[in-house]
Design a protein around this ligand. Structure first.
Ligand code: UDP
Ligand code: MG
Length: 322
C-alpha cells in the first residue's frame, strides 16, 4: 500500500489541533493508504506541543517535530517536507482553513499522474479587505516582476509526489518562498480551486511584519528587477542632470542673467538624494540576502521528535514503493 504523509505546521494552535486531527482521521481511516501525520511545531508557547505529544502517544501515525523556536511558516513547512517519508506529501494548515474534505480530491489527481497538485483559493471567508487587497497586489507585482508565475490565491495547501519532494530538498536557500519554488520546479502540475473557510479558532499568526517579510522574500528571491529599476532611474536622472548642467553652463558663460536658483537647486538635491537612498536601500536588501545565504546556517533545528518511531509504520517491511 502507498504511504501518504500529511505535513502540518502549527504555531500556537491549541484550540485547533484536536478538531483538525479528528477531521483528518476520518480520511486516514477510510482511504486505502498508510498515513503519517507530521505536525511541525513552530515554537509554540501554549499547550500545542502537549496536545501533539498526547496524540502521538495514542496514535502511531502521528509524529511531532518540535522546532527549537519560531522559524516561520515557510521553514516549518520545509522541515516537514524534509522528514516526510510518504510516496506523496500533502502540506496543509492546522486551522481548518485548508479543508480536509479536499484530501480525496488531491489524492485522486495524484493517482491520475499529476506530481504537483496545487490548490488555489478563490475566496477566503472572513478575511479583512486590507488582507484581500494587499494579497492581490502582491501577486500582481510578483508576477509582473519575475519570470516565475504564482497563481493569485496560491496557497501552501498542496500535494507533492515523492520525486518533487526530493527535488525540493535540494533547494537550500534561507529566504524561501515555497510557492515560487514549486511553480518553477516543473513536473506535471494540476490545480484545484477551493474556498477557504474561516479559521476554526484563534487568530491569524501572520502579523503585518511577517506578511511584509514574506512578500519581500517572494519578490527578491525570484526577481532582480528592483535592482534594475534603481539602475534605470539612475540613468534617467543622470542624463537629465547632465542636460541641466549644460544649460546652467550656457547661461553662466554666454548670458548675463545667472540668477541664484535656490528653489530648483534644493528641490533637485532633495529629489536626487531621495532616489539615491532608495537605490541604496534596494541594493542593501540584496546584499543582506547574500550575507544571510553565505553564512550557510542550518535552516532550522529540532528540540524534540515526538514519536519518531512512527517511521516504523512507514518503513513496514514489504511495503511496495519503499
Ligand atoms: N504558522 C507557523 N509559523 C508561523 C506562523 C504560522 O507554523 O510563524 C502556521 C499556523 O499555525 C497555521 C499556518 O501556519 O497552521 C498558517 O498560518 P495562519 O493561519 O496564521 O495564516 P493565514 O491563514 O492567516 O494566512
Ligand atoms: Mg489560517
Amino acid at each position: 500500500m502507498k504511504v501518504i504523509s500529511i505535513v502540518v505546521p502549527v504555531y500556537n494552535e491549541q484550540d485547533n489541533i484536536e478538531v483538525f486531527y479528528q477531521e483528518v482521521c476520518k480520511y486516514m481511516e477510510t482511504l486505502p493508504y498508510i498515513f503519517e501525520l507530521l505536525f511541525v511545531d513552530d515554537g509554540s508557547s501554549d499547550s500545542t506541543i502537549a496536545i501533539i505529544d498526547r496524540l502521538a502517544q495514542q496514535d502511531k501515525r502521528v509524529r511531532g517535530l518540535v522546532l527549537a523556536r519560531n522559524f516561520g511558516h515557510q521553514i516549518a513547512l520545509t522541515c516537514g517536507l524534509d522528514f516526510a517519508e510518504g510516496d506523496a506529501v500533502i502540506t496543509m494548515d492546522g486551522d481548518m482553513q485548508h479543508p480536509p474534505e479536499m484530501l480525496p480530491q488531491l489524492i485522486s489527481s495524484w493517482e491520475q499522474g499529476y506530481e504537483v497538485v496545487q490548490t488555489v483559493r478563490v475566496n477566503t471567508e472572513g478575511v479583512s479587505l486590507f488582507k484581500k487587497v494587499t494579497s492581490g497586489m502582491f501577486y500582481k507585482v510578483m508576477n509582473a516582476m519575475s519570470n516565475v508565475q504564482v497563481a493569485e490565491g496560491g496557497s501552501d495547501f498542496r500535494l507533492l509526489d515523492k520525486k518533487v519532494v526530493t527535488s525540493f530538498r535540494s533547494f537550500k536557500e534561507q529566504a524561501r518562498f515555497i510557492r515560487g519554488i514549486i511553480s518553477a520546479i516543473g513536473y506535471r502540475q494540476a490545480q484545484i480551486e477551493f474556498v477557504a473557510p474561516k479559521r476554526y479558532a484563534g487568530t491569524s499568526k501572520f502579523s503585518l511584519k511577517k506578511m511584509v517579510q514574506f512578500a519581500v522574500d517572494g519578490i527578491t528571491s525570484y526577481s532582480k528587477l528592483p535592482l534594475r529599476i534603481a539602475f534605470y532611474l539612475g540613468l534617467l536622472f543622470g542624463s537629465f542632470s547632465f542636460a541641466l548642467m549644460l544649460h546652467v553652463l550656457y547661461i553662466k558663460i554666454f548670458t548675463a542673467d545667472a540668477i541664484p536658483g535656490w528653489a530648483t537647486t534644493s528641490a533637485s538635491i532633495l529629489m536626487l538624494g531621495g532616489l539615491q537612498l532608495v537605490g541604496l536601500g534596494i541594493i542593501g536588501e540584496y546584499i543582506g540576502r547574500i550575507f544571510e545565504e553565505v553564512k550557510r546556517r542550518p535552516l532550522y533545528w529540532l528540540r524534540d521528535d515526538l514519536n519518531g518511531s512512527s517511521q516504523e509504520v512507514v518503513r513496514m517491511p514489504g511495503v511496495p514503493g519503499k
